[in-house]
Design a protein around this ligand. Structure first.
Ligand code: FE2
Length: 292
């Protein structure tokens, strides 16, 4: 099994060794990026948001298998809002929560970084701006954010995918900044990835077709071997940077421990954003960078 080098956060980010690892593997693991207090601040803020959330008559269960949420307007219009998506196992047959409301959330997205001051400050860390430009983004724009809960026992798996499937630019520029807010282990569903496979082509695109429907198009067969998947266990505070073409996934959380994480996606505004991408923002919410 390939091994991924591990780095520790420091004043020099990205260092030459970090840049090399990122371009070689398509993934960069930096432990100690976010302090315990900063991780806790995000989780506490989410507790407040969830406490203030009242489920509408219809809620959107986010199921990564089958894209069954694709037709759901609640999801489709969430690109410039803060919206709540729940685990399939969170409800009984009558639609009532079978677990605590906060532990029923699959994820919250997709504009926390613009609409919530706590997430805004965390996301616009000057060290992230330095990493984005140091890793090759000329004009980084913060396009998407997700708080991912992966709750104990019911946290579902996320199938193998490339993030550029969902956030396409020409050329590909999507870059993921994934933060472990709690220890992510094999037991609670840590990230897994295929190092080096970011050199393979994009295999799928999730986009609007000419009829206005969201579709998943197959572009190429996966050129990587599932046997090359490596786990990316990450102690709380770790930042994992993911190239937009890097295949990655995560298993279900079968443990008693939650695996909360925050994922921020950045694209290069100097590239061409695909207008048929699923994610849409209102004219009053242009994509902002780290400092604008
Ligand atoms: Fe992803």
């Amino acid at each position: 099994m390939k091994t991924i080098p591990r780095f520790y956060a420091g004043a020099d980010m990205p260092s030459a060794a970090m840049r090399h690892a990122y371009h070689h593997d398509g993934v960069l693991v930096i432990e100690g990026f976010a302090s315990t207090d900063r991780c806790r601040a995000l989780m506490d803020r989410v507790s407040e948001l969830v406490a203030g959330y009242e489920p509408p008559e219809r809620s959107s269960v986010f199921e990564t298998e089958g894209q069954s949420h694709a037709a759901d307007d609640y999801f489709q219009t969430s690109g410039d809002k803060i919206r709540f998506f729940f685990e399939a196992g969170a409800f009984d047959d009558e639609g009532a929560f079978v677990v605590d409301k906060e532990q029923a959330v699959n994820k919250i997205g997709h504009a926390l970084h613009d609409l919530d001051p706590v997430f805004d400050a965390f996301s616009r860390d000057p060290r992230l701006a330095a990493l984005a430009s140091g890793l090759g983004l000329d004009d980084p724009g913060l396009i998407q954010s997700m708080f991912i809960v992966k709750p104990p026992r019911i946290g579902g798996e996320v199938n193998c995918h490339q993030d550029a499937t969902f956030l396409h630019t020409d050329p590909v520029s999507c870059t993921g900044f994934w933060f472990a807010l709690e220890d992510a282990t094999l037991e609670n569903g840590c990230l897994k990835a295929v190092p080096g496979a970011h050199r393979a082509p994009l295999t799928e695109r999730f986009h609007y077709d000419e009829t206005g429907s969201l579709v998943m198009d197959t572009l190429a067969e996966p050129a990587w071997d599932d046997a090359d998947v490596v786990p990316l266990e990450a102690p709380a505070g770790t930042l994992v940077v993911l190239h937009g073409l890097l295949p990655h996934l995560s298993g279900p959380n079968t443990s008693e421990k939650s695996r909360r994480a925050y994922a921020l996606h950045v694209v290069d505004r100097a590239t061409r954003w695909a207008d048929d991408n699923w994610l849409r923002r209102g004219d009053d919410m242009p994509v902002r960078g780290f400092a604008d």
